[in-house]
Design a protein around this ligand. Structure first.
Ligand code: GDP
Length: 424
């Protein structure tokens, strides 16, 4: 069904490129609209469609034409490759998360065992075994005709024998909620009496996540959620839904496909990201994981040594822009749902204004904001070049110095703190 509609839509797109010599931004605009429509009609969610179209457009315009390959054929190939990627990404990320979690806990000094309890997707078992090898954590498997509750029980017994600290059971889970699956999950719960029941939610599902979380929480009772694919173009609706409809916290977030791409969820850091500071925190934390304590301290000192300049400022406002629009980011923060669209537009506008002013600075001024603090002439020139008022430039300079102070405080608060364990 999905493919039927899709191919008709794609057909229309190709036909518009016949007779063209090259792929340009202009001549693919209309075919891309057809592709977009076809995907939406096939019920692919809007953020996914946007990302898809963007990625195809970038590739199509970016590549030189291969001799002997017609533009429409080339676009077909790009679209096909992207479709394959899209299909490959349809799971919410449950199995991946199980292994990531084992890896995460291992880094905290806990010994783990993974249990392959998703017997309905045979590939899930193989996948877990491979990931388990990758992170060097034992995986307990049984044949697919054994009941998941039984597999969980056996896995737990095995882990107890080995004196392991944590057992992570990868269970079945589908977006289409049915009674059989719920009963099975309840059986697993009864069989092993878990300390944590974590629902894995794909951040891309947006507000649809609300129904999922509500049902799982009422039926099985969850202790929290893990949000995956936060690195993608998510609307952030899922993050809000989880807390709102279940009252249960998001404990961890997935930000990529690699095993190390699992992080604790900090609502305050999300807020920090809007101010452009979150990435520094994440960076320092990542650095702490790989660096000797001594080096990590040196790095912290450097950041704290009031060297934060307009280049950093710019980098961070751009990082915010990269995460999608500010409105989406704001939407991810529990408790910030009541920000009005007008306020969001205001925030987005002021980011743009700041960027314009920083772009009008000389490299030297960007590195030494003191120059601007000391010289009204310089501020006047920047105001003129960026089309802003002198007052706006002064405000920006003041903001940078405030930010330095705030950075210092944040870094201070972080000092000595490590990654909190699950459940904190
Ligand atoms: P399952 O069917 O729910 O068990 O899903 P999988 O664990 O097989 O994951 C489906 C796909 O999503 C895989 O290709 C994963 O690599 C990918 N994936 C999982 N988590 C993330 C994430 O946080 N970010 C990104 N970009 N991809 C992820």
């Amino acid at each position: 069904e999905m493919f039927g509609q899709l191919s008709t839509g794609l057909e229309a797109a190709w036909s518009k490129l016949r007779g063209q010599e090259v792929l340009t931004k202009d001549n693919i605009a209309e075919p891309m609209r057809d592709i977009r429509r076809a995907l939406l009609e096939a019920d692919v969610s809007l953020p996914v469609v946007r990302r898809f179209v963007q990625s195809v457009t970038d590739q199509a315009v970016g590549v030189g034409l291969i001799r002997g390959v017609k533009p429409d054929q080339q676009l077909v190939k790009i679209v096909r490759d992207e479709l394959v990627k899209l299909m490959g990404l349809q799971g919410v990320g449950k199995t991946t998360v199980s292994a990531k979690l084992a890896f995460y806990l291992k880094k905290l000094g806990k010994s783990c065992m993974l249990v392959a309890g998703d017997v309905y997707r045979p590939a899930a078992i193989d996948q877990l075994v491979i990931l388990g090898q990758q992170v060097d954590v034992p995986v307990y498997t049984a044949s697919t005709d054994v009941k998941p509750s039984e597999i969980a029980k056996q896995g737990l017994a095995e882990a107890k024998k080995k004196n392991l600290d944590v057992v992570i059971v990868d269970t079945a889970g589908r977006l289409q909620i049915d009674k059989a699956m719920m009963d099975e999950l309840k059986d697993v719960k009864r069989a092993v009496n878990p300390t944590e029941i974590l629902l894995v939610v794909d951040a891309m599902t947006g507000q649809e996540a609300a129904a999922l979380v509500t049902t799982f929480n009422l039926e099985v009772g969850i202790t929290g959620a893990i949000l995956t694919k936060l690195d993608g173009d998510s609307r952030g609706g899922a993050a809000l839904s989880v807390k709102e409809v279940s009252g249960k916290p998001i404990k961890l977030v997935g930000r990529g496909e690699r095993m190390e791409d699992l992080e604790p969820f900090y609502p305050d850091r999300m807020a920090g990201r809007i101010l452009g500071m979150g990435d520094v925190l994440s960076f320092v934390e990542k650095a702490q994981e790989v660096m000797q304590q001594e080096d990590a301290e040196k790095l912290q000192k450097k950041i704290m040594s009031a060297n934060f300049d307009f280049n950093d400022f710019l980098k961070q406002t751009r990082a915010v822009a990269q995460m999608g629009s500010v409105s989406r980011v704001i939407g991810m923060i529990p408790g910030m749902a009541k920000v009005t669209p007008a306020q969001i537009r205001e925030a987005e506008k002021s980011l743009k204004i700041m960027e314009g002013m920083i772009e009008a600075m000389t490299p030297e001024e960007r590195e030494k904001p003191e120059l601007l603090a000391e010289s009204p002439e310089r501020r006047k020139r920047i105001a003129k070049d960026s089309g802003k008022t002198e007052q706006q430039v002064s405000q920006l300079v003041a903001q940078l110095f405030q930010m330095r102070v705030r950075m210092k405080n944040l870094m201070g608060a972080m000092e000595g703190g490590s990654i909190p364990a699950l459940g904190n």
